[in-house]
Write a protein that binds this ligand. Structure first.
Ligand code: SAH
Length: 252
């Protein structure tokens, strides 16, 4: 396969099925308990996969995309819980950098630093992220959004004029469903916009292989008591559409 193949991954089927359905000339490969869909989106060669949930699953999937499929760039697309007060359900967060909030080898190393790598924050590709910000802004313009998602599906989440944010995403192997978890993270890492369970693992592997990457997260819940209900209904009705529209715009 040519070196300009892009790897696209999500954690769960609802994050990538909308993209897989659009693939042209698709071929299916099963490796290490994952299903990889190789094909084209317009002129762009891509491999699309869902990793399942958590940092280990995401890291193994990225390594396979890099070593077996020789992808030259990685885009992660999925949902996340909002942490910063400005970030609302239906907004999109594009990571400028990512941190593993559950890494703690203190007092040997500063909290959150990856031991023997000496790094805490992993930067995404700046230009690719900025281009994506513009593309997502146009998808979220309310008249455009109403063309692809029913108003009735947006109403229960009070999504009126969703926004795009650029900033720090925190990842770890926990689903946030209490205010206590949320406040604890806000106290320790006040710059964090949203929380999820894979992005910073993807970031670490891409950094180690020297491969550019981006992480795009739609906010499905507020990382508090209502998170599990909000998450479930958001991924059933909305996340698939956001994922499909964002990726289509990227390769239009
Ligand atoms: N319902 C699933 C579990 C979902 S875990 C099951 O039954 O197995 C939540 C997924 O969405 C993860 O992939 C994570 O990256 C993201 N996510 C969304 N909201 C989150 C939150 N509040 N806390 C942590 N991760 C969240």
């Amino acid at each position: 396969m040519s070196t300009d193949t892009i790897g696209i991954l999500g954690a769960i089927p609802q994050e990538v099925n909308g993209i897989i359905n659009q693939l042209i000339d698709s071929k299916v490969h099963t490796i290490g308990n994952r299903t990889y869909y190789e094909g084209k989106l317009g002129q762009q060669r891509v491999v699309v996969v869902y990793s399942r949930i958590g940092k280990v699953a995401a890291a193994a999937t990225v390594a396979t995309l890099l070593l077996e499929f020789r992808v030259s760039k990685i885009a992660f697309i999925g949902v996340a819980g909002g942490i910063h007060p400005d970030v609302k359900v239906g907004d999109v967060v594009i990571a400028t950098n990512l941190v593993q909030y559950d890494m703690d080898a203190s007092p040997l190393r500063p909290k959150f630093e990856i031991p023997l790598l000496g790094k805490t924050y992993f930067d995404t590709d700046e230009q690719w992220s900025k281009n994506t910000e513009k593309q997502v802004q146009s998808i979220l313009a309310i008249d455009n959004l109403h063309k692809v998602v029913n108003k009735e599906d947006l109403a229960p989440f009070s999504i009126e004029q969703p926004r795009v944010h650029m900033g720090t995403i925190a990842s770890g192997d926990q689903f946030f469903s209490t205010n206590e978890q949320k406040e604890n993270l806000q106290k320790q890492l006040p710059e964090v916009l949203c929380v999820e369970m894979e992005g910073a693992a993807v970031a670490q592997v891409c950094f180690e292989f020297g491969v550019p990457f981006i992480v795009i997260r739609t906010i499905s819940d507020n990382a508090n008591q209502e998170a599990s209900f909000s998450f479930q209904s958001f991924v059933e009705k909305i996340s698939l559409v956001y994922g499909r529209e964002i990726i289509n715009k990227m390769f239009a």
